[in-house]
Design a protein around this ligand. Structure first.
Ligand code: AMP
Length: 294
């Protein structure tokens, strides 16, 4: 009798455990895998080379949902001519292991041919939010990003989708797209994860050598110094931007250092609770972005 009790108990634990993680590479297989998921689904779209920033999104998705789907796809349409599409770090095996350990249910790793057809119908970013800052520096980037996110949301049909504040404009545009197209997904903003020195984690940090990594700290230092000035009472947006520019002189090329409101409109005065400070700069051959929500 006792032996049967033990076996029954073991079997019960086995049944309670989640099924093993599925790795799917076609849209058909993803649809099938999605159909087999019960309850709420949290979705984390990524371009892979997963780091602790991605992992924080995955963990949050696991906490707040019954199931988690992660996509890993280096989306060609959001890279401009001459950008780092070919050099972008690819670490599929390590990424799968990270997802497995984090309790992900389904990993979607499609080919380009699975995701795109020739001469596609397009989604485009709105003029005001889409064509400033990153949109101005990387024209077409947000159109490509929205195109792929729309496809991924339609395939995955998640209850919630998790996006990092690191890509603040991306987060705002995806939230707007979901509203505009009446998609049934809640977009969840997630805090920026940094290393112990303050550098915002990014797959592109892999391009930096040790000396560049030190100089890359100028981005977070500029934001920190500007935030400190705001805490000490400075409210003039131009003076806050000047503080950031000064620190960013340590980088090789400053693209922008701005204070905008949470709708990405230009501001004269810093308003606590409704401001984002954003910076973009080159260190060596690497373009880095960072921001802080004030
Ligand atoms: P990526 O693979 O760079 O396209 O990023 C996938 C998702 O992870 C996006 O929603 C990013 O905003 C988010 N993400 C990237 N880096 C970080 C970070 N350091 N902290 C929080 N989220 C991040």
């Amino acid at each position: 009798m006792r032996i049967w009790d033990t076996i029954a108990k073991k079997f019960a634990t086995f049944v309670e455990r989640k099924d093993f993680m599925k790795v799917v590479t076609t849209t058909d297989a993803l649809r099938k895998a999605r159909a087999s998921l019960d309850g709420s689904v949290g979705f984390v779209p990524t371009m892979g080379a997963l780091h602790a920033g991605h992992l924080s999104l995955i963990r949050r998705a696991a906490e707040e949902n019954d199931c988690v789907v992660v996509s890993i796809f280096v989306n060609p349409t959001q890279f401009l001519e001459g950008e780092d599409l070919d050099a972008y770090p690819r670490r599929e095996e390590a990424d799968i292991a990270i997802c497995d350990k984090a309790g992900v249910d389904v990993v979607f790793m499609p080919t380009i041919a699975q995701m795109y057809e020739a001469d596609e119908l397009a989604v485009s970013a709105p003029a005001k939010r889409g064509y400033i800052l990153e949109g101005a520096k990387r024209p077409g980037h947000f159109d490509g990003m929205l195109q792929i996110v729309m496809k991924l949301l339609n395939l995955t049909k998640p209850t919630r989708a998790y996006f990092g504040k690191k890509d603040a404009q991306q987060l705002a545009l995806v939230t707007q797209m979901v509203r505009t197209y009446f998609l049934d997904t809640q977009i969840v903003p997630c805090d920026i994860v940094r290393d112990e020195k303050g550098l915002a984690l990014s797959s592109r940090n892999a391009y930096l050598n040790e000396e560049e990594k030190e100089r890359a700290l100028a981005l977070s230092r500029a934001l920190r110094l500007a935030s400190e000035r705001i805490v000490s009472g400075e409210r003039n947006a131009r003076r806050i931007e000047a503080v950031m520019y000064e620190v960013l002189e340590e980088t090789d090329k400053i693209e922008y250092a701005v204070a905008v409101d949470r709708d990405f409109r230009a501001i004269e005065e810093i308003e606590i609770g409704n401001t984002i400070l954003l910076v973009a700069a080159w260190v060596g051959k690497t373009r880095l972005i960072d921001n802080v929500w004030v």
